[in-house]
Design a protein around this ligand. Structure first.
Ligand code: SF4
Length: 260
C-alpha cells in the first residue's frame, strides 16, 4: 500500500505524507501520486525473492486496515506474510477495530502466526487507549504497541497479552514535546508486566542531538523471533506464482501487466 488519510492527533506530522508529497507529479516516481491511497499489487511477491530473513514494517508508508482497502486485498497481503515465514512482519495500524474484526474472522489463519506481529499506534488516552483494548480482544499470537509520538501521560493501563512496547517522541519541524515522566511510567509498567520495552528516541527538532538515552541507558528489548528455514528457490517461485494468479483474478489486465 502507498498513501493514507489522517485519523487522529498522532497523524498531524505524518512522516510518510511529508515524504510522499515531495514527489507528487514526478513522472515515473513511486510517489508520483503523492500520498493518495493506492494498492501496489506488483510489490506483493517481493518477500519471496529475499533470500535472507528480514524484519518488515507493514505498512511504513500507509495503513493496511484503512477503510478504503478491500478485505480481499488485505487477505492477500496476509497470505503472502503467512507463506513467507522466514521473515518477521510487523503490521501496525491506527484502524484497530477493523484489525480486530478481521483477525477474529477471515484473517484468523494469519492471526495465529508467530512470525506476524500485530500492533496498534498509541499516542494519547482518547484515541490510543481504546486501540489497546481492541488489540487485546483480537486472537493475535503476538501483539505490540507503538507508543509514538507519545503526546501525553497515558496513566496506568492493562498490558495483558502484549508482547512488546515501543516508545518514542515526535521528531521534525513543529515536533510536540514528550516528558520524561510519561516515558518512565511506561518503562516501569512494562517491567512489572514483563513486556519487552524499546525506547526509540526523544525526538524533537534535533532528534540526533536529543538521542535515545533514558536515565543514562538505552532500552532495546524485542520479543523473541522465530527462525523458519528458507525454502528452496523453486518453492519461492511457486509461492509467488500462486499469489500472481490470485492477483490476476482480483485486478484488471493493466495491473497484471505491471506484474509481468
Ligand atoms: S494512519 Fe499512519 S500513515 Fe496514515 S496518516 Fe496517520 S500517521 Fe500517516
Amino acid at each position: 500500500m502507498r498513501g493514507c488519510t489522517k485519523i487522529s492527533p498522532g497523524c498531524k506530522h505524518c512522516y510518510a505524507e511529508t515524504f510522499a508529497e515531495r514527489f507528487r507529479g514526478v513522472k515515473g516516481h513511486p510517489y508520483e501520486q503523492g500520498f493518495d491511497l493506492r494498492m501496489v499489487p506488483e510489490k506483493l511477491t517481493e518477500p519471496f525473492t529475499w533470500r535472507s530473513p528480514k524484519l518488515v514494517f507493514v505498512n511504513s508508508m500507509s495503513d493496511l486496515f484503512h477503510e478504503s482497502v478491500p478485505d480481499d486485498y488485505i487477505e492477500m497481503v496476509c497470505r503472502v506474510m503467512t507463506m513467507a515465514n522466514w521473515h518477521t512482519f510487523q503490521v501496525l495500524t491506527k484502524r484497530s477495530e477493523r484489525l480486530r474484526d478481521l483477525l477474529t474472522g477471515r484473517l484468523r489463519f494469519a492471526a495465529r502466526q508467530e512470525h506476524i506481529w500485530w500492533g496498534v499506534s498509541v499516542e494519547d488516552r482518547k484515541y490510543g487507549l481504546p486501540r489497546i483494548a481492541h488489540l487485546q480482544s483480537a486472537p493475535a499470537r503476538v501483539r505490540f504497541l507503538s507508543i509514538e509520538p507519545l503526546l501525553e501521560h497515558l496513566g496506568c493501563f492493562d498490558l495483558s497479552g502484549i508482547s512488546w512496547a515501543i516508545v518514542g517522541g515526535e521528531s521534525g519541524p513543529g515536533a510536540r514535546q514528550m516528558d520524561e515522566e510519561w516515558v518512565l511510567s511506561l518503562r516501569d509498567q512494562c517491567a512489572s508486566s514483563l513486556v519487552p520495552f524499546f525506547f526509540k528516541q526523544w525526538g524533537g527538532v534535533r532528534k540526533k542531538k536529543n538521542g535515545r538515552l533514558l536515565r543514562g541507558r538505552t532500552y532495546d528489548q524485542y520479543p523473541e523471533r522465530v527462525a523458519a528455514s528458507i525454502p528452496e528457490r523453486e518453492s519461492c517461485f511457486a509461492y509467488a506464482e500462486n499469489i500472481r494468479n490470485s492477483i490476476r483474478g482480483m485486478f484488471s489486465e493493466s495491473a497484471v501487466q505491471i506484474l509481468a
